[in-house]
Design a binder for this molecule. Sequence first.
Ligand code: SF4
Length: 86
Amino acid sequence: MLASRESGGVPDELTLPVTAQLVRMRGTDEAAPRCVALRGEVGVAVECTIYTRRPPPCRDFAPYAPLGIGDAGCERARRRHGMAPL
Ligand code: SF4
């Protein structure tokens, strides 16, 4: 995602630089990826602790998942965590 130092964006301390213009959420490039902003137990109950400030890739991801409608990316992520597709 693009680096943002504007107020209202993702807090800088939760990101790592990729290039001079791009950053990623801390924890998302680990062998067992887990965004540093995620709280809870995957498959049980989780929440994004920066939901109103989440970055564009998160806003664009699986837009119908809250309605119980997945997509390919959503299904890959669920499968990675041993969860059934929506
Ligand atoms: S929605 Fe929140 S917890 Fe999930 S990847 Fe994005 S910033 Fe991290």
